[in-house]
Design a binder for this molecule. Structure first.
Ligand SMILES: Cc1cc2nc3c(=O)[nH]c(=O)nc-3n(C[C@H](O)[C@H](O)[C@H](O)COP(=O)(O)O)c2cc1C
Length: 264
């Protein structure tokens, strides 16, 4: 099967830029107006055209992506692609920039096979090139927040006095939160990372299956996540779709855009 994106003809309908002839505009004035405004008009059309092409390419790529049910186990993602996913994970936006998330990248096929029983028998984790396990910190301590601010100070060369009020605010605010509230907040950050990774996968033509159907406690024990002060939240299997994955050619099931977007 050829997974090349279908080529599309993005040619916009040609427009006639000839200004209407009017009785009161002299030939000279008309020429001067054409000289002044035609380049602008042409420029704005070509910008619009470029924007439309980019939007179409984005949607094509997002349509190409689907939750892969069957991976080709003979294929492995290149180191370069995996590096892109690692960098993209690290570049994910997080609330306050605190990054309470970590990603375990697994490519050991024996380990992957042993994850299947903890993943509701979903074979994707065994057959994928890599299994990415998105985790959250066990807790956010005062020390953790201080570390973040010292990173800001080092990387941006910001004086401590400028950072101090916000640092004090965050330490105070987190000390007042229930453990369950912090945990929920951290999990939201993991979901943001998952969304980000899925979009990057679409862009990079990496096949992926997001997986919520797994036993987090079993993963934690098996991967000894306790030692790293982490808890697993989500799994993302990445690799190459199998040629006979029937889900690859199925139509997307979505509500109409008018149903999910309200122009207010
Ligand atoms: C958070 C999350 C968890 C998911 N968990 C699973 C899963 O455990 N197994 C699976 O096969 N697909 C899983 N999916 C895939 C969805 O079923 C799929 O994205 C949805 O049906 C839309 O189909 P599409 O992604 O192919 O367009 C999950 C998707 C998300 C976003």
């Amino acid at each position: 099967m050829n997974y090349q994106l279908p080529t599309t003809n993005y040619q916009l309908p040609t427009t006639n830029y000839q200004p209407a002839r009017t009785s009161f505009v002299t030939g000279k004035l008309l020429t001067s107006l054409i000289h002044q405004y035609l380049p602008l008009a042409v420029m704005s059309v070509s910008l619009r055209q470029k924007k439309m092409i980019m939007a179409s390419e984005t949607l094509e790529k997002l349509n190409w992506r689907y939750a892969t049910k069957k991976f080709d186990k003979s294929q492995t993602l290149s180191e370069e692609k995996i590096e892109i996913l690692k960098q993209a994970f690290n570049l994910t936006a997080t609330s306050y920039g605190l990054q309470p998330i970590k990603m375990i990248s697994i490519k050991d096929k024996e380990v992957q096979a042993q994850l299947v029983p903890f993943t509701m028998q979903q074979q994707q984790v065994a057959d994928a090139s890599h299994v990415l396990v998105l985790c959250v910190e066990k807790t956010i301590s005062k020390h953790y927040i201080k570390e973040y601010f010292s990173r800001v100070a080092t990387i941006r060369n910001t004086p401590a006095a400028i950072l101090q009020p916000f640092e004090a605010f965050l330490i105070d605010s987190f000390s007042e939160k229930e453990t369950s509230e912090i945990r929920q907040w951290m999990e939201k950050q993991a979901y943001i990372a998952l969304g980000n990774l899925l979009t990057v996968c679409a862009y990079e033509q990496i096949d992926a299956c997001p997986i919520e159907g797994f036993e987090p406690e079993a993963y934690d024990t098996f991967l000894e996540l306790d030692k790293r002060n982490l808890n697993s939240v989500l799994v993302l299997a990445v690799g190459h779709r199998a040629e006979d994955d029937m889900f690859a050619t199925m139509k997307k099931v979505r509500k109409g855009v008018d149903n999910v977007v309200i122009d207010y």
